[in-house]
Design a protein around this ligand. Sequence first.
Ligand code: HEM
Length: 422
Amino acid sequence: MADLMEIMMSPPPADPVILDVPAPAHVPKDLVRDLRAYQGLKPNTLDDPYLPSDRLRDADIPPVMWSPFPATWITSGMWVVTSYKDCAKVYQDTEHFISGGSADFQKLIGETFRCLPLSYDDKLHLAYRRFLNPFFSQKAVGEMDGYIRQLCDDMIDPFLAGNGGDFAHDFARVFPVKVFLTLMGFPHTMLDQFLAWEDRILHSRDFDIMRGALTEVIAYLRKIMTDREAVPQDDLLSKILHGEIDGRPLTDEEKMGAVFLLWLGGLDTVASTLGKMFRHLALDHPLQARLREHPELIPGAVEEFLRTQPLVFSMRQLRKDLTLHGIEMKAGDWIQALSSQGNFDPEAFKCPRDFDPERKANRHFTLASGPHLCLGAHLARQELRIALEHWLRRVPTFSLASEADREVYPGLHATKTMQIAW
Ligand code: HEM
């Protein structure tokens, strides 16, 4: 039997090969596969980094498989589903699937609070969403429109002065995080430190490094929450700390759970989407020309960028046994909805590899689906729309600079550096 650690350290194979590694007794051996290349864990330099995922649609590939990766602190393996229909079931069928707390990284250091609302289900989840939704409604985030536009323009100016620059490092990495810091009321001086902590937690895949970063960030958040509770300001942090759920104040654990999850979700998701979006545009001049000529297509284009560049492939836990495609799954098993497959399923999207800003009923999974639909969806869309509008209005046709690093992950990893020029 192969050693799991050894496989983990090796580069993922391009094919979903069968792995002879430990798996629960009820998992058929031929379904245990190396799917790392399809789970966003392997970078490539392709114009469309998601293209390799078409392989999972071939007739010899089972519709449901078992992946020993990513190995996390909660499980050493999970089912993986690949069709649009099965992804929708995982996201929406709350009779069989619960959230399970897959983002509760803080458990690694013995913290007992749960990410709120993500780690909750049913009525409690609904109560928490009712509390948080108004802060992220279209109207609420619309009030930040002027600020976001001004920030975007200010950040484009140096690129205009230099006829280009490092889009990933100097724009995508910073722009959404500044918006998030302003919304929450976190000091802008924490930007680099926040991103460094987040990188260690989400991308190091080393439990010791993760523990160190978690200890530091949670201590920081506790301190700023105590200070802000004593002296409230006009920001979301103060509103959460002084908020009420069903007529009672939030407990300390609930406050921490909400602030920590927003911190985790608000930092590099939009940055990663922006990097991939502008990489696509830099490689596709006809699309740039079309959107410059028809800015009314920009909202539809944002939706297509989201569909064709999914980042987060959600995990759920089975609350009861289930048979899917003849495969018996057990209560307690974990399962992953591979959005990078669902979003390109020809059963759900006509010509799924075509980028079509006029696509109708674009119900992709990039911002999830069902009860845990992304809370920050309006904010994310607004930032992406504004970035597109302002860049295309102010900057001439741009390309990747000859020295640009072309490597990109078909997943959450944000591109670290991307020189563009015109
Ligand atoms: C393009 C950017 C974004 C993407 C692709 C994205 C994606 C997602 C996905 C896939 C989920 C479901 C997670 C799961 O089921 O395990 C989710 C949930 C969530 N997101 Fe986002 N997100 C983005 C931006 C944001 C922003 C900017 C914020 C906050 C400022 C945010 C806050 C949240 C929260 C709080 C949840 C949990 C919702 C719940 O459990 O009801 N997200 N997001």
